[in-house]
Write a protein that binds this ligand. Structure first.
Ligand SMILES: [Zn+2]
Length: 419
């Protein structure tokens, strides 16, 4: 079938009400993380797949933290190329105030669907599932196996979601689509992150005679000035720009009448492809050394979380393939972009070398905000493009993109929001 004929058939079969209703259903089933709890969303989607005659498998490494795995056929055993759709079922919490629309109401107004997760990323998941329904309603013989991994825990790093699936050896694919919100542009690269704690030391003294002590808060304040919102000396990435550093927390002192002995900063340093954890640590150390302050004597630096950056080579054939499906369905090129934060795409790119593109409906700028929404037009466009991809994917050439790293993200202490 020629591409225009396929595009027209898909367009005529896309059911706007179906993708809107599925997105609403998913938004109404709360799955905020923290605390985390994807059971109801996973159960609902399992039922939707069952309606297509597809049996899902659940991997649940901790109670209430399921990931749903569904394949259109025998997966890799079918001999067909495998296209993986990886999407996360959890959302960030919806803060109590500030919303004009109920974050779990799924209200539609002026062409937008509002609610927590509409953009990030229940809308994208609903679009991908609806796309499979479109293919089946048209009785298209898919040239590939489409495998859905609808996972838990992405918002806190993925340890109970995609990372667990990898640990169990359950992830294998020729290419991967991640329907996170990218404004329907092809996202080829994303920054990693390093969360670290900087603890400064002082000499306590009576608050009435501050000159007799040395304030840990004054030292910390100087460090804040050289770290926060400063650019570190890296060559800017064409899609990601520069690194950044945010000092997001500060805690110190024991009372107004004591020269503070301890102060602690928590920082969020974003990482460009090619940069390692030791590189990023050294950048912090060098910057603080410009103040004449030294690790071990004046302060301690402790890395709490490191998530790797990742990218796919823009010349990889899978990029052009997805772009062709976009052009076939929309008449325009989707454009290329990078994400300032991490997604689960990094696992497939870095650990398996699977060419992975993040592409989905919804605007980056509304993810994690109040009155999060997705444009219904964008949902519909995504359904069409995903259906076109499912109906056309015949594999990729041998990889021209190489894994940026082979190591695993590290998390030293506790759980931290990483996206
Ligand atoms: Zn997301």
């Amino acid at each position: 079938m020629t591409h225009p004929a396929l595009a027209n058939r898909i367009r005529s079969a896309v059911d706007v009400d179906a993708v809107v209703a599925l997105t609403q259903d998913l938004v109404r089933l709360r799955s905020e993380n923290p605390p985390g709890g994807e059971t109801e969303v996973a159960k609902h989607l399992r039922g939707v797949f069952a309606g297509m005659g597809l049996t899902g498998r659940v991997v649940e490494p901790a109670p209430g933290r399921p990931s749903l795995l569904v394949a259109t056929g025998d997966g890799a055993r079918s001999g067909k190329p495998v296209l993986l759709v990886n999407g996360h079922l959890d959302t960030v919490p919806a803060a109590a105030g500030g919303w004009r629309h109920d974050p779990f109401g799924g209200r539609v107004q002026d062409g937008r669907l509002y609610g927590r997760g509409t953009a990030d990323m229940k809308g994208g998941i609903a679009a991908a599932v609806t796309a499979l329904q479109v293919c089946r309603s048209l009785e298209l013989e898919l040239p590939c196996e489409v495998v859905f991994h609808l996972v838990a825990d992405e918002e806190l790093g993925g340890a109970r979601g995609t990372a667990e699936l990898l640990r169990q050896g359950l992830v294998s694919a020729d290419a991967c689509l991640v329907p996170e919100p990218t404004g329907l542009r092809l996202c080829l690269a994303e920054r990693g992150l390093m969360f670290a704690k900087v603890a400064t030391h002082g000499i306590p003294a009576h608050g009435s005679e501050p000159a007799k002590g040395r304030s840990a808060i004054i030292t910390a304040a100087a460090i804040v000035q050289v770290l926060h919102d400063n650019v570190f000396p890296q060559t800017p990435h064409p899609l990601l720009g520069t690194t950044t550093c945010n000092v997001g927390m500060i805690r110190g002192g024991s009372g107004p009448n004591v020269v503070p002995e301890e102060c602690e900063l928590r920082i969020d340093r974003r990482i460009l492809p090619g940069e390692t954890q030791p590189d990023a640590e050294q950048g912090i150390i060098d910057r603080i050394a410009s103040l004449g302050l030294y690790r071990g004597t004046d302060y301690e630096l402790e890395v709490e979380t490191f998530c790797e950056p990742s990218e796919i080579d823009g010349a990889h054939p899978f990029v052009d393939f997805v772009a062709r499906s976009c052009r076939a369905m929309t008449g325009r090129d989707p454009g290329r972009t990078g994400l300032p934060f991490t997604t689960d795409a990094r696992f497939m790119r870095n650990q398996l070398g699977v060419p992975s593109i993040v592409f989905g409906p919804g605007d980056l700028g509304v993810a994690h905000t109040v009155d999060e929404y997705v444009d219904i037009d964008a949902l519909v466009t995504a359904v069409g493009v995903y259906a076109h991809v499912f109906a056309s994917f015949t594999g990729t050439e041998p990889l021209s993109s190489k894994p940026a790293r082979s190591s695993v993200d590290t998390e030293v202490e506790g759980a931290h929001s990483v996206s």
